[in-house]
Structure formats: C-alpha cells, structure tokens
Design a protein around this ligand. Structure first.
Ligand code: FAD
Length: 809
C-alpha cells in the first residue's frame, strides 16, 4: 500500500513525486507502463523549448519556476537545462505590435525581456534573414529543457526521500468505494492508496474512465517535428545549441539548433486528433510517435527555408508526428475530482510548465492550496456542457489551431455557438445585441438599438486594440443607467442553492461572513483557502432557516463547496444556473419601474438594502435581491427560465417610458470599475488576502471557525505585502485592457488587473497591484501599453458615489 500512487513517470509524474516528497509526503509509489525513464510518452520526444511568457500569469509563473528548478538539476554531471535564450520574431506589423504587448506581459509577470531590431535578432539567431522580420522579443532566461534527464533527476531526488518507482507496470483499474479512491489495480497486482494522482498525459482519459472521475477533457493531437541534415557552416561549440530558441508565430513554427542540425516544429498543418484508446496501436516504436506525414510538412518546410535561408542547403533528415494533449481552452488540467475523493489529475502539461504544475499540485494536496493562483487551469473550471465529447473535440481542435495566434483578451469562441441562451435571447437579438460569450452563455455587450442615444454625449474613441469588441454605445448605456436605469442580463452568474439541516453550519465554515442572520438577509462574503487566499467572493441570501441562495463565480466554486459537503448528508447543494434567469434592474428609476409591476411594497422601509424577498413582477414569481454591482438603486430579479421572457417583456415595456434601457456587459464593466467592485479571478485571486485586496470588511473572524481563519488573521497582523489600487490615467482618452505592467521609480512594480473607461466620471480607470509603499493616494506611476508609457495616479476609491447614497436611496 501507499499513501499516494502516481500514474505515469513522464516529466509531470516524476516532478510530482519530487515535490510531494519534498513537502513531507514520502510514501509515494510511481507506476509507469513503459521503461524508466525513457518511458515512451510525450516527454520522450519533446525537443524541450521553454518560452516562459504567456498572457496567463499562472502559466508564466509555472514556467519561470520550471526554469529555476531545471537550471539547478543535473544528472550524472550533465545539465538538465540550457539557458540559451528565447526569441520570438515578427514577420507582420501586427505581430510586431503584439510583441510589444508581450514585452509588457513579461514585465508584469516578472520575466526580463527585450525588444530587438532585426539586426539584433540575427546576432542571437544567425540563420535568420533580417529582411523578413520587423523585430523580435527576446527573453534571456528562456532555454532548452532536457525532459527525460529532468524526469530521472527529479525521480532520484524523490527516491532519496523514499518514493518508489516501478517501470513496466500498467495500471488497469482504479477501485472506488463510497465515493473515495481505495486502490489501484495493475498488471502486477493491487496497491491500496489514499490518493491517486494521474500524470498519464494523453492517456489521462483512460485513467479517468477507470476512476469514473472526469469525462474526456483532453484530446491527443499529432504535432510535427523534423530535424534537418547538417547545416553547412554550422560548427557548434555545444552538441545542444549555441543559438537561441526561435519562434516564428506568424507561421505557427518554432526552431532550435541541435548540434550541427536544426530542429523544426510546426503547428501549421491539418488538425490530427487521435483517440486515446488508439495510442500505440500503430505498433511502431514508442506509442507517442506516429508516422511522419511529409505532405503536411511541405508548406512549413518551404517557410523554414525562406526564413532561415541556410536551411536551403539541407534536407529533412527525419521527422515525427509526435503526440501530446490539447484541451478545450489550451490550458492544463490540474486538481482534485469532485466526484471521487482522493482522485487527482495533473495532465495536458507542457515540459515548460511541468515542475511548476507539479509544485502546485503537491502544495494543493499537502497544504490545502497552491501558492500560484490556478483559477484558469483548475480542472474544475469546466461547466458540464464543456465536458461533452463534441465540445471537447471542437474546442481542443481550435486550441491547436490557435496555439500561436494573437488572441485579444475579449475574443469569444466562435464555435460551438450559440450554446447557452437566456430566455431573453430572442428579444436581445431583436434589439441588435452584439453578443460575446461567457462560460458558453451568449452575453450582450451592447445593443445596436441604443445607437441613437450616443448623439450629443462625450464618448472618446478608442485605439484599434482597445476598440475591438467595443462601441460608443457602451458609453451611452453606461450613462443612461446612471441617469434612468438599465436592464442587465445576468445569465452568466453561477447560481446555486444550499439547503438542509446542516446548511447554515456548513456555509459558516466555508465563508468569512456572518450568515447567521434573519431570513431575508443577503451577505456579501468570501471563501478562503486554508492559506487565507481569496478563493471566491459570493453573495448568500437566506431564503428560509435551512435554505440559502448563492451567487457564485463559476463551476470551480461548486466543486469547492461540494468537496467540503459533510458526508452525513445533512446538506445538499444544487447548481440552478441553467433553469434560473436573472435580470439586474438598476438605476434611479429602478424602484419606480419594478413597483409599477408589483403588488409588493418595495419602499426602502419595507425592502431595505441587502435584503431578499419573494415578490411578484406581473405574473412572474421572482426572488428579488436588493444588491447592485453597478452602484445604483435596484434589484437582481431571479425567476425560473420558463417565465423569463415574460419578465423581460414586462420590464422592457414599463421601463421604456421611464427611460430605462437594456444595457450590456460593456456598460456593466465601466460602472463597476467606478464603484471599485472587484472581480474575482481578475482583480483578486487566491494569491491575495482579503485585506490587501480591499475586502477586509467581508471578514468576520469573531463569528468563529471558518476555512482560512487562522491564516488570514496572521496575514492581517503581518500587514499587506501589496495593495490593489485604483489608478486614474492622466490622459482620459487612453484606455488599457488589463495585464499591463506598472512602472515607478524606473522599474516595473506591479500590473494592471482590470481597466476601462468611467463614462460618469469622464476618466480612464485601471486597477493594479502595487507595493504598499507605492499605494498611497496621489502616487504617480506609469502604465506601459504597447511599448508606450502613460502617466497615472493612485486615486481615492470609490470614484463614484462614495457615500452610497444612490444604492441606499
Ligand atoms: P507523458 O510524458 O506522456 O507521460 C505520461 C506517462 O504515463 C507515459 O510515460 C505513459 O507510459 C504513462 N502511462 C499512461 N497510462 C498508463 C497506465 N495505465 N499505467 C502506467 N503508466 C501509464 N513541450 C514543451 O514545453 N516544449 C516543447 O518544445 C515541446 N515540444 C514537443 C514536441 C513534440 C513532438 C511533442 C510530442 C511534445 C512536445 N511538448 C513540448 C509537449 C510535452 O512533451 C508534453 O506536454 C509533456 O512531455 C507531457 O508530459 P507528461 O508527463 O504529462 O506526459
């Protein structure tokens, strides 16, 4: 028996064993069907290019940690990492612009980088034709990871602490009883285990099926990698590489020197998914290699020789169609199963991120939470529709196609759509809604029907990047909401009910707020992880003694709550998002509007701020919550989906004469920024404690025990390590998008979380994390956006209606 059984001894499994044993869980067994350590999985073929910079902060931090760890390792005197540097070149003006953005991203996430002229690029990558490029983005610490060597070096460290590795042992089954993992069955017998961690890479779906844990969330894909014959004149000093690793993203290609040869990787070919059950069927050598298909390499090969003319004197010596995993959003799958306790996955992880991901999963298991926020890569991020086979296939194929594309932060998926629609959808279409997509929901960003409202208003135009997925109508909807009111579709809000005799005690333990309040109370509260990091911010309405209505951030909240439900059945939880619609009716005319349709008393005396009541709006039974994310008087009105259209029609008809209009997400964003309302996952994550995030008011330690209480009290005493600050840009016409670096005293000191334009205050707003000494009101900083610096000043918040007169009105 073993405390933990890890399935797979690729780079992820070996790194996981190293990190678990380092944190004190030494009773670890690693099972590998292939030979150790050239096991035949993806790790055995990775050319090991490590480019750290990624739009995702988490992915960049995982990669940077990998670079540090791989650099420290050696195996029998051989290094495991070659820090040759990484260069991404631009062959189009659009890419060159985007590399400036990447340069900013790197600064935001703490990676040193430089923008190079074509001539400087050639100094780093001598085979490049400088005529073909506009410039390059250079990261000196990027390099080449020797994935198999790293696996073995990690395994040796783990073995020295007691971990046991077995090659040639295939896991054939996973025993689950009472919703818990009990044992694994293997080709060589049964091993009891408390925890099973699948690091089976692209075989993951097979392992998950054995556990009954996750449906197939990843798709193995073929990816071409070829090596040239020796390049004439290339006389390397090292048998690895003297040249930087190189990305030519405009053609979805990458290059590395391999001694006197060059290796070329290409994603510029048809998508070639493989069924996990068919891996290794071809019987040709290692299971993760399929036959090279030269016809798919023809175009890339031509491009390679155009870009690196010296390759014109070489041939393709050998090539493979290698296999590795793609997921619906291109991110890894990390975390515990909510269906089967004790079953975890760490799959779809590149060599680049393997050590970082392994550390995160080990910290999560042993300490209850990872130090890097995994919000975007937590395996529980997928809603149920996003786990369907057709969705996973369609989206994973798309993430293969987009692997090197320039993706705008607001770019919605194109297929499959429409997927989830609120009952208001037909009316929204009639009003010319411009839809973006959120968690599969069609979400209006603005309404063409509101175009006439733009005339006569001061709504600054935007540059090409921040003007994408934007219209001046957004500004008009924002202002009209403050002048009269707006109807906001809140379909994408995750909604759940928690009930049962143990419900109150359960929610008290899960949240920081005092929920033992009279029926009809609404509480804004936080869920913390055991380290005191903010796991989510939620609203909880007490509907009856034993029934609560929750407004959540996403499926990962449901998973977190479910994972902590008492095993005695005294509490139940139901995700009611699909069958419940919600419209936010907010603005000075909101009371007049809803009251005109309701027999219930909506006066301030009868229905106060942060209260919930069951009312009728016309014929529609509604749960009304007097809360607002935009800082205006009004309610979130919840109804069952069958009556949603009626609810919308009533509000729309009665709202017209009062000047109340349907308003989109674009307006919502600006309104909430003016009020300083944080958005979890963007402004605040598990990396932050409530006090530094400006959410200390939601923590009530005096109420008694809750998850994270001790840690958060300690953090309060230690004082903030940084602060979430509100910045106003000096130039009111400049709008940034989020993730930009913030500079002060000549160095990068923080990064922007969310940003937008406050159309009521006429200023451009950006929230940013800054060191405490730079967080004082009046502090001058600079925000870098596409290589240009914009002055900004830390401002007092909230920017709008600090006395809260409007919401309480
Ligand atoms: P694997 O290495 O596949 O390990 C999984 C292991 O699980 C396998 O050894 C398998 O035998 C074992 N296993 C499966 N089922 C069972 C079972 N039932 N019982 C016991 N054992 C089992 N990444 C980069 O970062 N940079 C690159 O430049 C790069 N280039 C690549 C180029 C190619 C051609 C390929 C194929 C991949 C490349 N990758 C690159 C991706 C990278 O190689 C993989 O993402 C990574 O190696 C995955 O590691 P892993 O440990 O999760 O999976």
């Amino acid at each position: 028996r073993a405390r933990v059984v890890i399935i797979g001894a690729g780079i992820v499994g070996c790194s996981a064993a190293e990190h678990l044993t380092r944190l004190g869980w030494t009773d670890v067994v690693v099972l590998e069907r292939g030979p150790l350590f050239e096991a035949g999985g993806s790790t055995s073929h990775a050319p090991g290019l490590v480019f750290q910079t990624n739009p995702s902060r988490a992915m960049t931090l995982l990669a940077s940690y990998g670079v540090r760890r791989y650099s420290e390792l050696e195996l029998d005197g051989e290094p495991c990492f070659y820090p040759v540097g990484g260069l991404e070149v631009a062959a189009t003006p659009e890419r060159w612009r985007d590399l400036k953005r990447r340069h900013g991203l790197a600064a935001s996430w703490g990676v040193e980088s430089h923008l190079l002229s074509p001539r400087e690029c050639v100094e780093k990558s001598p085979l490049l034709d400088p005529q073909k490029i506009y410039g390059g983005f250079y990261v000196p610490s990027d390099g080449i990871a020797k994935a198999v060597r790293i696996s073995e070096a990690m395994a040796r460290l783990a073995q020295a602490r007691g971990a046991r590795f077995y090659g040639g042992v295939e896991v054939t089954g996973i025993e689950v009883r009472g919703g818990r993992v009990r044992a694994v069955e293997t080709s060589r017998g049964r091993i009891e285990a408390e925890v099973v961690l699948s690091c089976a890479g692209m075989w993951g779906p097979r392992i998950c099926r054995m556990a009954g844990a996750f449906p197939q969330l990843l798709v193995p894909m073929q990816h071409q990698y070829a090596v040239t014959t020796p390049v004439p004149g290339l006389e390397p000093e090292s048998e690895e590489s003297d040249h930087v690793i190189l990305r030519h993203q405009d053609h979805s290609m990458y290059f590395r020197q391999q001694g006197e040869r060059y290796g070329i990787g290409s994603y510029r070919h048809r998508v070639m998914p493989v069924d996990p059950d068919d891996i290794g069927r071809s019987g040709e050598g290692m299971p993760s290699i399929m036959q090279f298909t030269p016809e798919d390499f023809r175009g890339p090969w031509e491009e390679a020789r155009r870009m690196l003319p010296a390759l014109g004197k070489t041939e393709v010596e050998r090539g493979i169609n290698g296999l590795f995993s793609f997921t619906p959003d291109g991110g890894p799958l990390i975390g515990p199963s909510r269906a089967v306790r004790g079953f975890w996955v760490a799959e779809a992880i590149w060599v680049t991120h393997a050590a970082g991901a392994a550390r995160a999963v080990a910290e999560w298991m042993v300490e209850g939470a990872p130090q890097v926020d995994l919000g975007g890569i937590d395996v529980s991020r997928f809603d149920e529709h996003a786990q369907s086979p057709s969705y996973v296939m369609a989206r994973s194929c798309q993430s293969f196609r987009e692997v090197y594309d320039i993706i705008h932060p607001m770019q919605p998926m194109e297929e499959p759509r429409p997927l989830r629609t609120s009952p208001f959808y037909p009316r929204q279409r009639e009003l010319g809604a411009y839809f973006l997509e959120a968690s599969g929901w069609e979400r209006p960003q603005w309404y063409a029907a509101n175009e006439p409202l733009v005339a006569g208003r001061d709504i600054p135009e935007r540059d090409d990047w921040s003007g994408r997925y934007w219209s001046p109508v957004v500004g008009a909807e924002h202002q009209v909401t403050r002048e009269a009111g707006g109807l906001f579709d809140l379909a994408s809000l995750k909604k759940a009910e928690v009930g049962g005799p143990g419900a109150l005690a359960f929610l008290q333990r899960m949240t920081t707020g005092q929920l033992d309040r009279p029926v009809g109370s609404v509480t804004y509260t936080l869920m913390l992880d055991p380290k005191g990091g903010v796991r989510s911010d939620i609203t909880v309405a007490r509907i009856s003694e034993d029934l609560f209505r929750l407004g959540l951030n996403g499926p990962q909240d449901i998973a977190w709550l479910e994972g902590h439900l008492p095993e005695d059945g005294s509490v139940w939880l139901r995700d009611i998002s699909g069958g419940t619609c919600c419209v936010g009716v907010w603005g000075p005319q909101a009371r007049e509007l809803v009251q005109s349709l309701s027999p219930d008393d909506l006066s301030n005396e009868a229905f106060g701020f942060f209260q919930a009541r069951r009312i009728h709006v016309g014929e529609v039974p509604v749960l009304a919550l007097r809360v607002s994310y935009v800082g205006e008087l009004g309610w979130e009105l919840y109804a069952s989906a069958d009556m949603g259209l009626r609810l919308w029609d009533l509000l729309y008809e009665a709202g017209g004469p009062l000047g109340v209009i349907p308003a989109g997400r674009g307006a919502f964003e600006g309104l909430r920024l003016e009020k300083g309302y944080r958005m979890w996952g963007v402004d605040v994550t598990t990396e932050h404690d409530p006090y530094e995030a400006g959410l200390g008011f939601a923590v009530k330690p005096e109420k008694g025990e809750f998850i994270g209480r001790e840690a958060v009290l300690r953090r309060r005493e230690e004082g903030p390590r940084r602060r979430l600050c509100c910045l106003l840009l000096d130039d009111p016409r400049a709008v940034v998008m989020g993730s930009e670096p913030v500079y002060a005293e000549g160095r990068s000191v923080g990064y922007v979380t969310s940003a937008g334009y406050g159309y009521s205050i006429g200023r451009s707003i950006a929230y940013a994390w800054l060191p405490p000494q730079l967080a004082e009101v009046g502090q001058k900083v600079e925000i870098e956006y596409f290589g240009r610096r914009y002055g900004a000043t830390v401002a007092e918040e909230p920017l709008f209606d600090p006395a809260m007169k409007r919401m309480r009105g």
